[in-house]
Design a protein around this ligand. Structure first.
Ligand code: SAM
Ligand code: SF4
Length: 476
């Protein structure tokens, strides 16, 4: 086979990024070459997100560019993978640019689909007809794919999915419809995967699941929960830090997880636990099974067991029927919860969800925007105050690499503005660059150092703090 080059573009959340990394690794193993340059690619794959309409609009805009490119490069193969592929299926083939549509359950077939398309350039869609009915076969194929092609994404760091899908059906959310029912992976498969990653140099593993704290796996007469997984992963030689996202605010296993965090130096003191709203009325309409008061109690319990725990939240503003009073309850929750940071999203009706079918999108766009800005400002004040306490402290940082001006990495986890970078700071010598890394509490730290430090742990003394970033000096 000629050296065929594939360009992969990824939209969406950490789950999608993980899928992209797995696909990239599978394609390389199948003899394809990956390229960052669309112009030299024989095929372009777009891994898509459907969580908000805006994410889908960005995919269409990208497909528009590719359609233009195909006027000069008619042989170029374009594949759409992931949640949008699952949601729209054959309809996506109507787009002039698209050759392949591949649902999330079919990604193990991607190398074959590409080969077939490159030889015959057909249009072909492979998606699961009724994804909620799941199926042993597709789970087995995904399990094999996942354990064969695990891939680190940043130096020293890797993501490992511990469960797929979701059964919660929050009324606004499309995930259960495009990712299918919840399925937890066997602990032994996870352990082996982490061991391989650690042997390859991974030092931090992040366990992923839509409601990762509800992980449950029956093996013989033992029921495994997330706390057991955290312990197990922390014991893999070479692994220094273990994190997990995202947690649903509920009781089961909570004390076990907090206990594991308190008792192991390897489990990061970080909890990403979306509240979505501070109004009990809105929470009910969202089908979230807690009240704001109950949610705050969970945070209090976490702080009692792990005093330096950093908590991050997600919020949706402008949910159908959200009044000014509801919004104020949300702002109040943000003040009381004292989040490290919050990811704030404007409600976006998603086709087929209960909210889209039953509730009118009543909050006007300008009010959603205004509430988004206001809530960010509330969060900024909390973050600025919390971050100030780091000034003059030394922290341990896992270095990600040179910092670049960037948006928060994806759609699902995007605060509504760019990461503040280091404007106004003095130029540095070329042997040193500006590096970015994170503490075990997920605080972003920027400092000057050698690019060769990427993937290692360093000590940094914090000298300045902004709401989103800590700045400091590398310590010997
Ligand atoms: N499973 C995670 C949980 O329950 O917390 C979150 C998964 S979702 C992919 C990431 C975030 O997107 C959610 O926490 C929510 O804030 C936001 N989101 C989901 N559906 C949305 C919608 N229709 N409009 C706006 N934001 C949405
Ligand atoms: Fe979506 Fe998370 Fe709710 Fe599942 S728990 S439906 S992924 S918001």
């Amino acid at each position: 086979m000629k050296d065929l080059a594939v360009h992969i573009k990824s939209f969406g959340c950490q789950m999608n990024k993980l899928d992209t990394a797995l696909i990239a690794s599978a394609l390389q193993a199948a003899g394809f070459r990956l390229t960052d340059d669309v112009k030299e690619a024989d095929a372009v794959l777009i891994n898509t997100c459907s969580v908000r309409e805006h994410a889908e609009e960005r995919v269409y805009s990208h497909l528009g560019h590719l359609k233009h490119l195909k006027q000069y490069r008619p042989d170029l193969i374009v594949g759409v993978i992931g949640c949008m592929a699952q949601r729209l299926g054959d309809k996506l083939l109507e787009h002039e640019a698209v050759n392949i549509v591949c649902g999330p359950a079919q990604i193990p077939q991607i190398a074959d689909l590409l080969r077939e398309a490159l030889v015959r350039a057909p249009k072909r869609a492979v998606v699961t007809d009724n994804i909620r009915q799941g199926g042993q076969d597709s789970n087995a194929a995904l399990e094999e794919f996942e354990s064969t092609y695990s891939a680190g994404e940043m130096p020293g760091q890797a993501f490992v999915r511990v469960m797929r899908g979701c059964n919660r059906f929050c009324t606004y959310c499309i995930v259960p419809y495009v990712r299918g029912p919840e399925a937890c992976r066997p602990p032994e498969a996870i352990r082996q995967q982490v061991k391989r990653l650690a042997d390859g140099g991974t030092r931090q593993v992040t366990l992923l699941g839509q409601t990762v704290n509800s992980y449950k796996y029956q093996s013989g007469n033992r029921t495994w929960c997330l706390a057991d997984l955290l312990d197990m992963v922390g014991q893999v030689p070479g692994i220094e830090w273990v994190r997990f996202v995202t947690s649903y605010p509920y009781d089961e296993f909570y004390e076990h997880i907090l206990g594991a965090m308190a008792n192991s130096a390897k489990i990061c003191h970080y909890l990403h636990m979306p509240a979505q709203s501070g109004s009990d009325r809105v929470l009910r309409a969202m089908n979230r099974h807690y009240t704001a008061g109950r949610y705050l109690e969970l945070i209090e319990r976490a702080r009692a067991v792990v005093p330096d725990i950093a908590v991050a939240g997600d919020f949706i503003v402008g949910f159908p029927g959200e009044t000014q009073e509801d919004f104020e309850a949300t702002a109040d929750l943000v003040r009381k919860a004292r989040y490290k940071n919050s990811y704030i999203f404007k409600y976006s009706p998603r086709p087929g969800t209960a909210a889209q079918k039953r509730l009118a999108d009543t909050v006007p766009a300008d009010i959603k925007q205004q509430r988004n800005v206001e809530l960010l400002a509330v969060q900024d004040r909390v973050s600025a105050e919390l971050n100030q306490a780091f000034v003059s402290q030394q922290v341990v940082v896992l270095v990600e690499g040179p910092s670049k001006r960037q948006m928060r990495s994806d759609e699902c986890e995007t605060p509504s503005r760019a990461l503040q970078n280091v404007e106004g700071r003095p130029a540095i010598s070329p042997s040193k660059v500006q590096l970015v890394g994170r503490t075990s509490t997920d605080h972003i730290v920027v400092f000057d150092g050698s690019p060769s430090l990427a993937g290692s742990f360093v000590r940094v003394r914090i000298t300045q703090a902004s709401p989103l970033t800590l700045f400091g000096d590398l310590q010997p």
